[in-house]
Design a protein around this ligand. Sequence first.
Ligand code: E4P
Length: 222
Amino acid sequence: MKFFVDTANIDEIRQAKEWGFCDGVTTNPSLVVKEGKVFKDVVKEICKLVDPAPVSAEAISPDLENMVKEARAVAAWAKNVVVKIPMTEAGLQAVRLLAKDGIACNVTLVFSVNQALLAAKAGAAYVSPFVGRLDDVGEDGMALIADIMQVFKQYNFKTQVIVASVRNTAHVTRAALLGAHVSTIPFSVIKQLFRHPLTDKGIERFNDDWKKLPESARKLIG
Ligand code: E4P
């Protein structure tokens, strides 16, 4: 499973990259606003930092003509840009046109199997079902991932499933168990993936025991 970092924060992306856990980045308008920078500048900076890994950046206009114009402009910012397109009628028409020109699209705000199916049929490179937002309204976000994976496998779609709106480490585990292609994970959750209380406790005990050896018996190097 690929790990995308769900952020527009350069420091977080840099750290995830140093750890070796940044196979791509997803942004959205809410994440970009938090950084207080010019949208185009942030996206270009992220693209350069993670090149050749894919970076999703959203087209905003709701109508087909302007959406396609924006998508083409965004796609020209860097060769690793993936244009995020909202799951609407105009959005899927745009995906069809853009895909013909080789522009990779990530259909966002997907909340049902049928929406994922339409996006795949339109030629989306990625679909982003939002699991956390489904959980928030009392549905089971991960059950949707299981269903979409089954349908995509059944019909051999090349569209990759990005598990989005990830809120906790259990979402990541379940995404991996289901064979999702990608999880896009907030930095705070990536940090938690390293941790287990028994690991911390185990390290502490080993270190304490190690100190019980005489110093002359503790040589590791040389
Ligand atoms: C990623 O593509 C989405 O924009 C993001 O995961 C949404 O997460 P949220 O529901 O926590 O805002």
